[in-house]
Ligand binder design. Structure first.
Ligand code: ZN
Length: 223
């Protein structure tokens, strides 16, 4: 998810090391005052653009594929998880799923709050979700320019393994729960566009086209 919707920079977790850039589009967005992308310093923006080039965008069929369980917890997996965390960080995201990089592994990373470490969940299974639902803004690194309100379970418990194969159980709420649900959706080929009304989807598609056009026509981005 992108970090822009989060509250404060913390939500951006995946983002920059500097607490200031919350504007990441990664999956979930942060709420609060995330700076506009235009306000990013040149280095940050360059890193972000470079990272985003590795992220598959809407229209790529891999985003609709269902990822497969990881069976080998080897060094390759550790390298993959490490790379995912770095790209998420550089892209100013708060979460990233392997499918977004074209890898059909059930692996996600997230960092919902600035001070949190990056968490990797391999083969995540939602064991419990609250009946209580919450509306919140979300963006997605694979859907440039799109920010929509999505209803999610307010709390959840997920069981998974980490990149070493160790069993982990995470209880989450708020932004963390939102990011986890967003990324697990990616592993099942589900995008936030699927979770909103037809009218909201049309609006989102329009925003995505506009974001693409402005990107293509911005001379600064051509470098
Ligand atoms: Zn996403």
């Amino acid at each position: 998810m992108s970090a822009e919707d989060r509250t404060a920079e913390e939500d951006t977790s995946l983002e920059l090391p500097a607490p200031t850039s919350e504007e990441a589009d990664v999956e979930v967005e942060r709420e609060g005052d995330a700076p506009e992308p235009a306000e990013l310093d040149a280095d940050t923006k360059a890193r972000r653009d470079a990272a985003l080039r590795h992220v598959r965008k809407f229209g790529d069929p891999v985003l609709r594929a269902t990822a497969l369980p990881v069976e080998r917890f080897d060094d390759d997996l550790k390298v993959e998880v490490q790379r995912m965390g770095e790209l998420m960080h550089d892209a100013l995201g708060v979460g990233l799923a392997a499918t977004q990089l074209g890898v059909l592994h059930r692996v996600l990373v997230y960092k919902a709050y600035v001070d949190d470490p990056v968490t990797a969940l391999v083969n995540p299974v939602l064991e419990w979700t609250s009946d209580e639902l919450e509306l919140g803004d979300e963006g997605c690194l694979s859907l440039p320019g799109v920010h929509v309100e999505v209803e999610r379970h307010a709390q959840l418990r997920v069981r998974a393994r980490d990149e070493t194969g160790k069993e982990v159980e995470v209880e989450a709420e708020g932004l963390e729960a939102r990011v986890i649900q967003h990324e697990i959706d990616h592993l099942n080929g589900v995008l936030i566009l699927d979770l909103i009304s037809r009218d909201a989807r049309k609006e989102a598609m329009r925003a995505m086209r506009e974001a693409q056009e402005s990107h293509e026509h911005r001379p600064a981005d051509a470098t």
